[in-house]
Design a protein around this ligand. Structure first.
Ligand code: G3I
Length: 379
C-alpha cells in the first residue's frame, strides 16, 4: 500500500472498526457499549489481561511513575487491563545513576510497589543501551574501568529486584547494520571498550544476580517486510545463535513492534525469522507494541480503522507462535505516547497509536486486540 493512499474506503474502514457480525457475543457487546464511552462506563466491559490470561498470555504495558501519580483515572485503566508493567524510563541509567557512585531506585521502586500492590508483575528495561546514559558516563568511562562499571551496575540493579522480576531486557538494540560491521553489531561505548563479548558479560552478570529472571535481548526494526528489516533479522538471528551456542544464559528475544500502520505485519520474512528463533529454544516477547499513524490520512475514523486492522493482523499472526506468552504495549492511551513527539504528523494532528484515546475511551484498536486474544490458540 502506498503511503497516504489507503486501499480500503472510508466505509470499509468504518465497517471494519464497528461491524461485529460473526464476532463472539462479548465483542459485540464491547463495541456497542464501549466505543465512544468514558473509561468509567467502560470498566464493566472486560479486561485485556483477563482475556489474554485465558489463552496463557500475559498482557501489560509500559508506564511512568509521574503519570500514574498525576492521573488516577489512567492508573485505574492500567490496573484494570494489565498483568505486568515495565517502566518507560525509570530503570535506564540516566534515571538510576545520578553519579558514578550512586543508585537512585526511587522511581523504579515506586512502580514495582504499584505493580505488586495490584497483583501485577514487573519487568525491567534496560540494563545495557547506548542511549539514556547519564551526563557523567562519557567523561568517566574508559578502557580500564568499563568492565567493572558494567558489571557492578548489573549486579546492583538486578540484585536489587532479585527473585521478583518477570524478565529483564539485558541488552537493548545491539544491532545497527549501518555501522558497517560484518557482524552487524552497533558501535557503542560497550563494544569499543569491551568488544562483542560485552553481551556475554552482561547476560552472565544478570543471571548470577538473579538466577530466576528471564533474560531477554530486546530489538527494534525486526518486523517490516523488505530488505532492511531482513538484514536486521539475519544479524539478530546470527547474534542469538552465537550467544546460545556459547552457553550464554539468554532466554528470550524481545520484539519491540513499533509498527507503522501501512506495513505488512504478517510477512514471510518475519515468519521464517520467528520459527528460527523458536528453534533456538528462545521465548519471543512482544515488548513495546504500538502502531504509528503519522503518515495516514487525517480522518479519525479512517486512521483508527487502519490502526486497528494492523493490531488485529499482527496479533493474529504473532499469537500463532506459542512461544509468545508476553505481550506489552508501549502505553495504553494516546494521552501519553512517545509517538507524536518522535514522529509528528505533517498536518499537526495528534497521533492515535494506542488502544484508548486521549479521553481514555476505547478505540477500535482495543476491540481488535480483544478479538485477537479471544481467537488466539491456548498455550
Ligand atoms: O526526565 C526529563 C524531564 O525532567 C524533562 O523535563 C524533560 C524535557 O523534555 O525530559 C525528560 O526526560 C525525557 C524522558 O523521555 C521522559 O520524558 C528524555 O529527555 C527523553 O529522551 C526520554 O525519552 C525516552 C526514550 O526512550 C529515551 O530514553 C522515551 O520517553 C521512551 O518512550 C523511549 O523508549 C524507547 C525504549 O526505551 C526503547 N525502544 C524504543 C522506545 C521509544 O523510543
Amino acid at each position: 500500500m502506498s503511503i497516504g493512499t489507503p486501499m480500503l474506503t472510508r466505509r470499509d474502514l468504518l465497517k471494519l472498526a464497528l461491524t461485529t457480525a460473526g464476532a463472539p457475543a462479548y465483542v459485540q457487546g464491547l463495541v456497542q457499549r464501549g466505543v465512544g464511552q468514558t473509561a468509567d462506563a467502560f470498566s464493566s466491559l472486560g479486561s485485556l489481561q483477563q482475556i489474554a490470561a485465558s489463552r496463557g498470555i500475559r498482557f501489560g504495558s509500559m508506564v511512568r511513575k509521574k503519570t500514574l501519580i498525576a492521573d488516577p483515572k489512567y492508573a485505574g485503566l492500567v490496573t484494570q487491563h494489565c498483568r505486568v508493567l515495565v517502566p518507560g524510563n525509570e530503570l535506564k541509567w540516566d534515571a538510576l545513576r545520578p553519579t558514578p557512585d550512586q543508585f537512585d531506585f526511587s522511581g523504579s521502586d515506586w512502580i514495582q510497589q504499584f505493580a505488586k500492590s495490584h497483583g501485577m508483575q514487573f519487568r525491567g528495561h534496560t540494563l545495557v543501551w547506548e542511549q539514556a546514559l547519564p551526563k557523567w558516563f562519557v567523561p568517566t568511562i574508559n578502557l580500564d574501568n568499563a568492565k567493572q562499571v558494567l558489571l557492578s551496575h548489573i549486579s546492583t540493579v538486578v540484585g536489587h529486584y532479585a527473585g521478583q522480576m518477570h524478565s529483564w531486557d539485558v541488552v537493548n538494540e545491539g544491532i545497527e547494520i549501518e555501522d558497517g560491521r560484518a557482524d552487524g553489531l552497533k558501535v557503542t561505548p560497550w563494544l569499543i571498550y569491551l568488544g562483542p563479548e560485552y553481551m556475554d558479560l552482561a547476560f552472565h552478570a544478570a543471571h548470577q544476580a538473579d538466577p530466576k529472571a528471564m533474560l531477554v535481548y530486546n530489538e527494534n526494526r525486526l518486523e517490516p517486510e523488505g530488505a532492511a528489516a531482513e538484514r536486521q533479522r539475519q544479524a539478530v538471528l546470527a547474534l542469538l545463535t552465537r550467544l546460545v551456542k556459547r552457553g550464554v544464559p539468554i532466554h528470550g528475544l524481545g520484539i519491540q513492534s513499533h509498527f507503522v500502520a501501512e506495513t505488512d505485519a504478517a510477512n514471510s520474512g518475519l515468519k521464517r525469522f520467528l520459527h528460527a528463533v523458536e528453534d533456538l529454544g528462545l521465548f519471543i516477547l512482544i515488548t513495546e507494541l504500538d502502531v504509528r499513524d503519522y503518515r495516514l490520512p487525517g480522518d479519525i475514523a479512517v486512521r483508527d480503522g487502519m490502526v486497528s486492522k494492523q493490531y488485529y493482523n499482527y496479533l493474529s499472526f504473532i499469537l500463532k507462535f506459542k512461544s509468545v506468552k508476553t505481550l506489552m504495549t508501549w502505553g495504553l492511551s494516546d494521552r501519553y505516547t512517545w509517538q507524536p513527539k518522535d514522529n509528528p504528523r505533517n498536518d499537526g494532528l495528534t497521533g492515535r497509536p494506542l488502544l484508548f484515546d486521549a479521553n481514555l475511551r476505547p478505540k477500535p484498536a482495543f476491540e481488535a486486540v480483544m478479538r485477537a486474544f479471544d481467537e488466539a490458540p491456548r498455550r
